[in-house]
Design a protein around this ligand. Structure first.
Ligand code: CO
Length: 156
């Protein structure tokens, strides 16, 4: 009798072991955030180009931004404009101009995912979860942590 393992089987085991048996944590794209200079102008552009309508609009004072959420299936496009000069989004616009700012993943438990990332040595912006828009709980992971994308974790 041959006792050698199916090579595909051992590959899978090796993959699972190197991945540390991490359960899937990202349950949906919550939003894709786009930094814009003028929120009203950007809303008009999305309406004229795609017929997109604003589902939610909110000023987030702590972040110095006003946002408009345009629903796309179960996710949003988030248009993000600074409300003051010292807003991180104002700095971003100055350096890079308008465009993709961050990707937000919906998670079941923001604190657990954040602790998991910190335990793996990833650099985070928020050490603990904090209130986001729409009554959500959020935390940002540093863009240098995971392949160059500013990542936001969103718990509804
Ligand atoms: Co966001």
């Amino acid at each position: 009798m041959l006792t050698a393992k199916n090579p595909n089987e051992s590959d899978r085991e090796a993959d699972a072991a190197s991945a540390g048996e991490v359960q899937p944590m990202l349950i949906e794209i919550d939003h894709i955030a786009i930094a814009v200079h003028d929120l009203g102008d950007a809303i008009d552009s999305y309406r004229d180009a795609f017929g997109a309508v604003v589902d939610h609009r909110e000023v987030v004072d702590s972040d110095g931004v006003e946002e408009a959420l345009l629903k796309v299936a179960e996710s949003y496009v988030q248009l993000l404009a600074p409300t003051r000069d010292d807003s991180p989004v104002a700095t971003y616009l100055e350096k890079k101009g308008e465009g993709l700012h961050h990707i937000a993943y919906r998670v079941d438990d923001c604190a657990t995912v954040l602790e998991h990332l910190k335990a793996q040595g990833h650099r985070v912006i928020d050490e603990v979860p904090r209130p986001g828009s729409r009554g959500t709980t959020v935390a940002f992971v540093h863009p240098k942590a995971i392949h160059g994308t500013l990542i936001e974790l969103v718990q509804e």
